[in-house]
Design a protein around this ligand. Sequence first.
Ligand SMILES: Nc1nc2c(ncn2[C@@H]2O[C@H](COP(=O)(O)OP(=O)(O)OP(=O)(O)O)[C@@H](O)[C@H]2O)c(=O)[nH]1
Length: 476
Amino acid sequence: MVLAQLGGSIARALQQMSNATIIDEKVLSECLNEISRALLQSDVQFKLVRDMQANIKRIVNLDDLAAGHNKRRIIQQGKTSVVMFVGLQGSGKTTTCTKYAYYHQKKGWKPALVCADTFRAGAFDQLKQNATKTKIPYYGSYMESDPVKIAVEGVETFKKENRDLIIVDTSGRHKQEAALFEEMRQVSEATKPDLIIFVMDSSIGQAAFDQAQAFKQSVAVGAVIITKMDGHAKGGGALSAVAATKSPVIFIGTGEHMEEFEVFDVKPFVSRLLGMGDWSGFMDKIHEVVPTDQQPELLQKLSEGSFTLRLMYEQFQNILKMGPIGQVFSMLPGFSAELMPKGHEKESQAKIKRYMTMMDSMTNAELDSTNPKLMNESRIMRIARGSGRSVRDVTEMLEEYKRLAKIWSKMKGLKIPKKGEMSALSRNMNAQQMSKVLPPQMLKQIGGMGGLQSLMKQMGSKDMGGMGGMFGRGDK
Ligand SMILES: Nc1nc2c(ncn2[C@@H]2O[C@H](COP(=O)(O)OP(=O)(O)OP(=O)(O)O)[C@@H](O)[C@H]2O)c(=O)[nH]1
């Protein structure tokens, strides 16, 4: 094979890979096989080709690629890229457009914003305000009512100005609004975006699948951004949206401010979704903070799923010892936003101490019981009197206990790894286990067990069926 042909074959193989929405082991292997074939046909030594394959596989971190961001160079620095944002009304599109622009500006891009949202009065002002704050050029009009015209003019203007990332914000719309969907399609056709991002509010829940699918059917959605991950919603709808759009989640929004924007990372996201907190961080903390002789016992109890009041007490003790309480809290299964809202660390610490004072008035039998019915009215009254708190306070503490116990009961049967054995947990957390903790409706929407398995794979897990790598951070 002459050199030009060889180059062509390799370029084609790479092109095929970059066309794939998700790069997983299969896509990577196919690409490497293609390249290897071309090399062999060019008489490159077999051993060299085999070593090259192995080396590339070792170097490429599919988990990193799963974020969809670095791998798929849909937007390329140096060339002008147009990115169009679409989504439901109020999903946070306008805010996210600026966050996205700001993020890339910090990375050395020259972004610009175009407001093609002529539907919502005030949208242009909002974009203008955000753009001014972040010193990003913007384009829009108070007079023009045709979003296609504005979008085209804006893109042309910024292309002339050599901006390399032109972001087009569009109006929010629902799938029932056929005319607005047609308009979105026209904006897309006229501006020919290199990437269309579907912005979704994490609290959307069950409606996510249908809505996301409607968007995907009208325009070529290539990526998803989930907003408002700082709220109570766990982002479960995101799973459905990912399934419907067959596109990776690339970023999450974690607040109203420009900096509250993070590259999507599958591990903490899915852990949070399952109400499990950040497991690997949590395990690291256990090994760091819980005295060595107590560790096996705690891990054993965790795997039994029997969460007693005493265990809660001990964990509170550990939490108070852990230092900057805010950071640690979010890692613990269930000990997150509900017990300790962001920015209220002091109050939360006081609450924990209050809970512990009440628990000091409990008997051993009460602390070690796993029977929720044991805590009857007379016991509650006795504890209230003993600790100098109100019956309401005691009831609140017990409610908190029940909430945590419910979450921790999901750990039952999980093989909790010892230090250095994190991958054991990853292997254990398979699709079947995950299916048990997902709301049934959602499971149905993403196509049952089969759908879940392929979704897990799509979301960056290494081995089919297992959450390979998902919790693997502490493994190395
Ligand atoms: N807490 C939180 N609020 C957010 C986040 N992203 C956006 N918001 C807020 O959500 C609200 C709606 O955001 P917008 O950006 O106006 O939404 P939009 O999708 O452009 O709205 P339409 O143009 O009506 O479709 C605003 O109050 C934002 O500040 C986030 O990640 N976290």
